[in-house]
Design a protein around this ligand. Structure first.
Ligand code: PPS
Length: 312
């Protein structure tokens, strides 16, 4: 994704400017029991979203915030763009005029009608719970890549992001943030609820799960598996290009072009275990207990390898 993403940057810049003039308690609204930022989401847009006609060849990326969406989103967009280029598909959505904000739930009420007219393949990111996605996603058997990351690093990343990104409420201390994270006060809802709800789909043939940590350990293998799942056939050399362009270093260097001012906030550490710099003993215990209670025994819980990545 080396080309500038003008529309993406415009949307984010406008949201950040609008949020700067708002009080902390005005930044979020609740829709169907879940909080979202008012500067990028609205009930009208959520209702309009139902008109999206999902396709079996859509490339959907689902992940709780701070799980590495922009990273895996880069991989998916690059795989699709490389394939389209190879096929010389002139109708490809690479055309800047056809660009839509990649997160499904962010946009205007006309977005979904425009999306319905876009040529395949569409790459769509979302932080939504499965029940809040347009019904056609499951009815039409769109393929979904479900991205998960260990809860301690998600919380750590979310804390820093909340304090850097004006559209989200900031926190005076990590301890305050931790309480909010554990008591379901986060935008896009609770991490544990997210995993429990998506776990119901984890065995579906149209859903592939990948963890942030496994991708960190072997990006080349991850990219290969993702391409195979979506039926994107590329040469070893083409796949290697996708791998190289998705390194943290490379994405961070390009981030002014791809993400504008957001880039320096979003591409923070890009690693595993930074939670060790914030969690105290009591917080470790509380997180371990919550993990045990909510998701340890589930397929997604096991995929996370909590004992490897989260034990103090
Ligand atoms: S968002 O705003 O919710 O969509 O954020 P999201 O993109 O899901 O997650 C942001 C974290 O992903 C890290 N990141 C990466 N890690 C490894 N490699 C690459 N290429 C990469 N790109 C982004 C990013 O740094 C955030 O994690 P932290 O721990 O805060 O650094």
């Amino acid at each position: 994704m080396e080309k500038p993403r003008k529309k993406f940057i415009d949307v984010v810049d406008k949201a950040m400017v609008a949020a700067n003039t708002m009080d902390r308690d005005e930044l979020l609204f609740s829709y169907k029991g879940i909080l979202y930022p008012v500067t990028v989401c609205s009930p009208e847009v959520f209702k309009a979203m139902e008109s999206l006609e999902a396709r079996s060849d859509d490339v959907i990326l689902a992940g709780y915030p701070k799980s590495g969406t922009n990273w895996v989103g880069q991989i998916l967009s690059d795989l699709v763009a490389t394939f389209e280029k190879k096929m010389q598909n002139e109708e490809s959505i690479n055309d800047e005029d056809l660009e839509e904000f990649p997160y499904l739930e962010v946009g205007d009420t006309g977005k979904y009608e425009r999306m319905n007219k876009l040529p395949s393949r569409r790459v769509i990111f979302t932080h939504l719970l499965p029940d809040n996605l347009p019904r056609s996603v499951f009815q039409n058997k769109a393929k979904i890549l479900l991205l998960i990351r260990n809860p301690k690093d998600v919380a750590t990343s979310f804390y820093h992001f909340s304090n850097g990104m004006s559209v989200l409420p900031s926190y005076e201390t990590w301890d305050d943030f931790f309480i909010a994270f554990m008591t379901e006060k986060m935008p896009w809802g609770s991490y544990f609820n997210y995993l429990s709800e998506w776990n119901k789909y984890a065995e579906d043939e149209n859903v592939m799960t990948i963890t942030y940590e496994e991708l960190k350990e072997n990006r080349a293998l991850g990219v290969k598996n993702i391409a195979a799942f979506f039926g994107i056939s590329l040469t070893e050399e083409e796949l290697q290009g996708v791998v190289e362009r998705s390194s943290f270093q490379s994405m961070k260097e390009n981030s002014l072009k791809t993400h504008g001012a957001l880039g320096s906030i979003l591409f923070r550490k890009g690693g595993v275990s930074d939670w060790k710099s914030l969690f105290n003993e009591d917080q470790n215990e509380k997180m371990d207990k919550a993990f045990e209670e909510h998701i340890a025994g589930t397929k997604l819980g096991m995929k996370l390898k909590y004992d490897v990545y989260c034990r103090a």
